[in-house]
Ligand binder design. Structure first.
Ligand code: ADP
Length: 298
């Protein structure tokens, strides 16, 4: 079985900006994968090359075994990319636009799938409305429908929920999850780390054109995330030896950032020895935001 996406040693430079510095990445069929990174990390560049909208300087990319350059047509048929911006013809209705897009893939009778897309994306009552007269949120739905018109086995969503209302976000994810259950491979980039954490089973983090972390979501959380602990102390003073662990103070409440739960044991022992009482204690679950900040700052 071919990987859904195979990327080997991909480099891309724009003038003197090295946007991608030797990306290696394999995504298996059926995965729900997140590509994360701060602005300028190279995510869009990588997606554009994958979609055949830009060329890599070196290395290769394959979609279901089809080289995006040498087998452009097959690769293009296998992937659907939801871009950030909608490019549309002002004189098309939603349905006409989807029919036109189907023609591009030589799909003559695609009405059943188009109807299903319109229904699932809450666009059914907008089918005969001009795209230009739709609201921003509705236009984004059209963008998703357009990328999925040829029912691609591999679906890439570039920041699909940026600036999108909660209702659309939820219905969009319900639909994408369904497609994933039915066997489609999903790759997404998002600024909403919570989204990546709940949806994706594996994550690559990109920084300055390089992959700095690649693992299952669970492993990343275990390995990099800090445990945030808030302790109210009486008397409200902190022994010298605990100062390095302190990341903030709010009156009598001291906030610590710990790597392991075992470290909490050490903190409590030190406080006991100094006869400082723990009045209140709150431990918060590590999250992806924390992993992300650590990797980006380091
Ligand atoms: P991201 O999607 O992670 O925010 P991009 O792939 O858009 O990152 O950008 C990666 C780097 O490449 C950035 O430094 C950006 O300024 C640069 N870049 C991207 N596209 C172009 C372009 N068409 N011309 C010049 N520089 C570009």
């Amino acid at each position: 079985m071919f990987p859904a996406i195979e990327i080997r040693q991909v480099h891309k430079r724009f003038g003197n900006v090295q946007a991608l510095r030797g990306i290696d990445l394999s995504i298996q069929q059926g995965e729900f994968f997140a590509l994360l990174g701060p602005n300028g990390a190279g995510k869009s560049t990588l997606i554009n090359i994958l979609a055949g909208l830009a060329l890599a300087d070196s290395g290769y990319l394959k979609v279901l075994g089809h080289d995006v350059r040498a087998n452009y047509r097959e690769a293009r048929r296998s992937i659907g990319v939801v871009p950030q911006e909608l490019v549309y013809d002002a004189f098309f209705t939603v349905r006409e636009m989807l029919q036109f897009q189907s023609g591009y893939f030589n799909l003559r009778d695609n009405s059943a799938w188009i109807d299903e897309l319109l229904e699932s994306l809450g666009l059914a009552d907008k089918a005969d409305v001009y795209v230009r007269s739709l609201s921003g949120g509705m236009k984004r739905r059209v963008l998703v429908a357009q990328a999925l018109v040829h029912k691609p086995p591999v679906i890439v969503l570039d920041e699909p929920t940026a600036g999108v209302d909660v209702e659309l976000r939820q219905s969009l994810w319900a639909f994408i999850r369904r497609l994933n259950r039915e066997g489609h491979t999903i790759v997404l980039t998002t600024h909403y780390l919570e989204e990546a954490e709940t949806l994706c089973s594996r994550i690559a983090m990109l920084k300055q054109g390089e992959i700095v972390a690649l693992d299952t979501t669970a492993n990343l959380l275990n390995r990099y995330a800090a445990i945030q602990v808030s302790i109210r102390l009486n008397p409200p003073r902190l022994p010298e030896s605990l100062q390095p662990l302190l990341c903030g103070q709010d009156g009598e409440v001291f906030r610590f950032s710990l790597k392991h739960h075992a470290e909490l044991e050490d903190v409590l022992r030190t406080l006991r020895m100094e006869e400082i009482r723990v009045v209140e204690l709150d431990v918060s679950k590590p999250d992806l935001e924390d992993v992300f900040l650590r990797l980006v700052r380091s």
